[in-house]
Design a protein around this ligand. Structure first.
Ligand code: NAD
Length: 369
């Protein structure tokens, strides 16, 4: 456990700024309650960085990230940058940062909170009890495979899906380690009936599974997985998959949580971990103080779990989120009953921080008697 943390905080654009403020509030509460030393260093990224410096990932930001214990990021992007070429857009700063940090494993939990089951587009009895961790390979596959491009006359485009044994092994180990700390089950998702990369993937994952005798492994085709995710999500524990399939399946699994604003992610395995909520900068609601900060706060919990090895503190934050939802706090995206007054971003953040303080104080009191 690391009780002294240097954190690079990159709020970015739009609601990234608003929700990151609440995530930092909750991390500060953890530090205050336990007497830990968390230092926050805020830097520019994305559109905010382009406005100030002309670059989406300025050198001081990258240096601050590389010398930190973990990076907490909000979101990047916005309509005013839409006309820029792809390599100068805010999103290119995030992609460059992910590459520089070398994080090859993207972990995306998706679970259903009983109190907001009715927010899911899926029926409550379908999502009830669902608790999934998607482990997505982040640095290989179609996104990075060479050759790629267009034919000389531009009438065709092509990409290469490529995986090496080493790349599959390292992401598989992460998935099995995660499953060991959860419900001991890995579902490896591929398209081995069609793709050679998937045949290699399946062979290597089966071999790695032998290192984890307590963890059950099954294989599933990606099309079947897409179907089961919305018809019976509680059959899954850890889903292990490659980059493109993981991109799609992790977004699909978002339906379980009820709102994009609830979802957290961690990218680990590199020099420094990158922790960011799943959603974007939401220009349609930015600046109004109504964004849901729970995804960013749940991201802070992942940071505690994976960057600081603070499992108990991470669970406390997750319990505090459940607590405020059970007490009826809802940001606008979670309001189903028009008589419910929506909480602002700040009110939600403060409520979680207070619930967290209460949880920690009750534990201290319990241990004191
Ligand atoms: P988005 O995630 O920003 O928004 C999609 C919808 O979900 C919007 O209606 C938005 O209001 C809502 N929403 C998202 N987060 C919410 C929250 N926390 N609380 C309440 N409602 C929330 O996706 P988009 O509209 O496709 O993209 C907007 C911009 O964000 C684009 O520039 C895009 O490139 C960028 N983007 C960035 C990231 C990232 O930084 N990781 C991810 C996705 C999109």
């Amino acid at each position: 456990m690391r009780t002294k943390l240097n954190l690079a905080v990159l709020p970015g654009d739009g609601i990234g700024v608003e929700v990151t403020r609440e995530a930092v509030r909750v991390l500060s509460t953890v530090a205050d309650v336990h007497g830990y030393d968390f230092q926050f260093r805020t830097e520019l990224v994305g559109g905010a960085a382009i406005r100030e410096t002309g670059y989406p990932l300025p050198q001081p930001t990258l240096e601050a990230c590389l010398s930190s214990d973990a990076v907490l990021l909000g979101a990047v992007g916005g309509p005013e940058f839409d006309a820029l070429p792809p390599d100068r857009k805010p999103e290119s700063g995030l992609l460059a940062l992910r590459r520089e940090l070398g994080a090859f494993a993207n972990l995306r939990p998706a679970s259903s909170h009983r109190a907001i089951e009715d927010c899911s587009p899926l029926r409550p009895e379908v999502v009830r009890g669902a608790d999934i961790l998607v482990v997505r390979e982040l640095l290989g596959g179609l996104y990075f495979g060479e050759p790629r491009g267009f034919t000389a006359e531009g009438s065709a485009g092509f990409n290469t899906m490529r995986y090496s044994t080493d790349e599959v092994e390292r992401i598989a180990r992460i998935a099995f380690e995660q499953a060991r700390a959860r419900r001991q089950k890995v579902t490896s998702v591929d398209k081995a009936n069609v793709l050679e990369t998937s045949q290699l993937w399946r062979k290597v994952v089966t071999r790695v599974a032998r290192e984890f005798p307590g963890v059950a492994l099954d294989h599933m085709y990606v099309d079947a997985c897409a179907m089961h995710l919305v018809s019976n999500p509680s059959r899954f524990d850890v889903i292990l998959t490659e980059n493109l399939f993981g991109d799609i399946l992790s977004d699909e699994s978002a339906a379980i949580g009820g709102s994009l604003g609830m979802l957290a992610s961690a990218s680990v395995g590199g020099r420094v971990g990158l922790f960011e909520p799943v959603h974007g900068s939401a220009p349609d609601i930015a600046g109004r103080g109504i964004a849901n900060p729970l995804g960013a706060i749940a991201t802070a919990a992942l940071l505690l779990r994976y960057a600081a090895e603070m499992e108990r503190e991470a669970r406390d934050v997750e319990e505090a989120i459940g607590d405020v939802l059970n007490r009826g706090f809802r940001t606008a995206d979670l309001v189903r009953d028009p008589r419910t007054r929506a909480a602002t971003t700040e009110e939600m953040g403060v409520a979680v921080a207070e619930a967290l303080t209460g949880i920690c104080e009750r534990r201290h009191a319990f241990h004191a008697v």
